[in-house]
Design a binder for this molecule. Structure first.
Ligand SMILES: CC(C)(COP(=O)(O)OP(=O)(O)OC[C@H]1O[C@@H](n2cnc3c(N)ncnc32)[C@H](O)[C@@H]1OP(=O)(O)O)[C@@H](O)C(=O)NCCC(=O)NCCS
Length: 146
């Protein structure tokens, strides 16, 4: 499980971490399940709920997903989890109850107005990949996001 969750490559699997005073407090990720579709997930530690972290983390990975050619998203959410239902709907996800959980697959929509500086997120992702000697996020170049 740890191996799978840390196998980020900037293209098929991207994670964006939030820290407070150097401690991790939240993470969002997308994992590509087909060429154009990715599964979205987000988690924030309890004591930082309700401060907008889940929203901005998800917007960061959705921005990178879009830049990397993802046009559709999927997610699975517990029906009682009103915050995540609200979050996922903001990105265009239409959810249906199936075997006790809410599931959906829909076109990815980046919410307007943006709550983050999307160009800065893309720029940071490219710089991080270049600095680490890793692959550039697929389709993105430093000049394309400069
Ligand atoms: C879902 C989760 C990531 C939200 O994180 P968060 O940082 O508290 O989210 P935000 O503060 O950005 O709030 C997101 C939205 O939910 C709303 N919200 C928050 N708590 C709510 C509640 N109890 N009921 C209804 N809406 C709620 C907020 O008002 C906000 O909507 P708005 O921006 O339109 O006002 C967090 O609750 C969590 O980690 N849950 C456990 C993991 C999980 O369920 N992940 C989702 C499955 S992938």
């Amino acid at each position: 499980m740890v191996r799978a969750l840390t196998a980020v490559d900037g293209c098929h699997h991207v994670a964006w971490l939030a820290t407070v005073d150097g401690r991790p407090v939240g993470i969002a990720r997308y994992v590509r399940v087909t060429d154009d579709t990715a599964d979205l997930a987000v988690e924030v530690v309890d004591e930082h709920h309700g401060r907008g972290l889940g929203s901005v983390l998800l917007e960061a990975v959705a921005t990178l997903a879009r830049a990397n050619g993802v046009t559709r998203i999927t997610a699975t959410v517990h029906p009682a989890n009103r915050a995540s239902v609200r979050l996922m709907r903001r990105f265009g996800l239409v959810l249906h109850l199936c075997d006790g959980v809410l599931e959906g697959e829909s076109a990815l929509r980046l919410p307007e107005p943006a709550r983050i500086d999307r160009a800065a997120v893309l720029d940071l992702a490219v710089r991080r990949a270049v600095g680490a000697g890793g692959p550039l996020p697929c389709g993105a170049t430093a000049s394309s996001v400069a």
